[in-house]
Design a protein around this ligand. Structure first.
Ligand code: P6P
Length: 337
């Protein structure tokens, strides 16, 4: 099969946007470059300790950084150098990072990101990921402001994730379907490996941290019991698969079919995952792949956003599975009062 690189694909699809002058294309390519650099460091994570045997400084004399700080710095540097972004919101930064430089003076976009989601799993060699969401700026000029990020998920121009797993993949959408690219280390390029990704309408995998079961809403408890019942007609009991790294769980479910739930718990009364740079981009991807993304009673991408690090419950995945879970939430919503 002829290899199509991310760069070739982006240029080819640029015609999808007649008014685009290449800025979004360049921004997506910048993300791919930063992703390759992060992948290189993540793939030798275990060695970082050995390389850095002098403690804070490794054998190359570089300061050994926590990988989520490293990833954050790499993506921020790529966006600053690319000139297409006027502000960044990151899981790693309390406030936005405004960009007001000569090269960015005509920047049209803002990017919200979780530079290394699930980074606590690095030390145990579990896949982790970067999640990103791109909006058109609403401010007129100069550095972007926090208001540029107070946009519903439906306003996203593009969104995606990079999974640093047994292979490194970049999966993204610009609102015209979902495409997956696998990094070929031998040529250092992301190559189209999963064109036009569609998530199965049904699946038999449910992903939730059942350790929090006692504190789940009644509807979630009832849905989990539903998943565990014997019923051949609906292929139950389903399989419980929970890696504890959202990008890994959600990427697997995207491909095989499944549902990922992070509901409210006593520890996270508003849910744990963040709306701006986790739930909205993942919702955009799943909806574009034929799935559903809800907070338990509303479409994720229609939720109003008022705070940068706002949390929300998340029900995400195969449409038929999410619908059943939402039916349970509806049926037992009075039980929560
Ligand atoms: P818990 C990682 O911290 C994360 O944000 C998601 O990637 C992951 O699915 C979830 O939290 C794991 O949270 O509470 O089950 O350990």
């Amino acid at each position: 099969m002829k290899v199509k690189t991310l760069g070739q694909f982006i240029i080819e699809k640029q015609s999808d946007f007649p008014y685009a002058k290449g800025e979004l294309s360049r921004l997506l390519r910048d993300i791919g470059i930063a992703g390759k650099i992060v992948n290189r460091e993540v793939s030798k994570a275990g060695l970082v300790e050995i390389l850095g045997e002098t403690g804070e400084v490794n054998v190359q004399g570089e300061k050994v950084k926590k990988l989520d700080v490293f990833a954050n710095e790499q993506f921020i540097a790529a966006f600053k150098a690319g000139g297409e972004v006027c502000a960044i919101a990151s899981e790693e930064n309390d406030d936005i990072i405004p960009i007001d430089s000569e090269i960015s003076k005509n920047a049209k976009y803002v990017v919200a990101m979780d530079p290394l989601d699930g980074s606590s799993n690095i030390d145990v060699n579990v896949s982790v990921g970067t999640i990103f969401s791109i909006y058109r700026r609403t401010s007129l000029s100069g550095a972007g402001t926090i208001n540029d990020f107070m946009q519903r998920g439906t306003e996203q121009v593009a969104a995606g994730y990079i999974i640093y797993g047994s292979s490194c993949m970049l999966v993204y959408t610009t609102g015209k379907g979902v495409n997956g690219f696998t990094l070929d280390p031998s040529i250092g390029e992301f190559c189209l490996s999963h064109p036009n990704m569609r998530t199965p309408q049904n699946g038999n995998v449910y992903s939730v941290n059942e350790g929090n079961y006692l504190h789940f809403p009644t509807g979630v408890k009832k849905y989990i019991k539903y998943c565990q019942e014997e019923d051949k007609a609906t292929n139950r009991p389903f399989s419980s698969r929970y890696i504890g790294s959202g990008v890994a769980d959600i990427h697997r479910n995207l491909i095989t079919g499944g549902i990922y739930i992070y509901p409210t718990t006593t520890k996270s009364p508003k849910g744990k995952l963040r709306l701006l740079y986790e739930c909205n981009p993942l919702a955009f991807i799943l909806e574009q792949a034929g799935g559903i993304a809800s907070n338990g009673n509303k479409r994720i991408m229609e939720l109003d956003i008022t705070e940068l690090h706002q949390r929300t419950p998340l029900f995400l995945g195969s449409s038929e599975m999410v619908k059943v879970a939402l039916d349970f939430m509806e049926k037992y919503k009075e039980a929560e009062v």
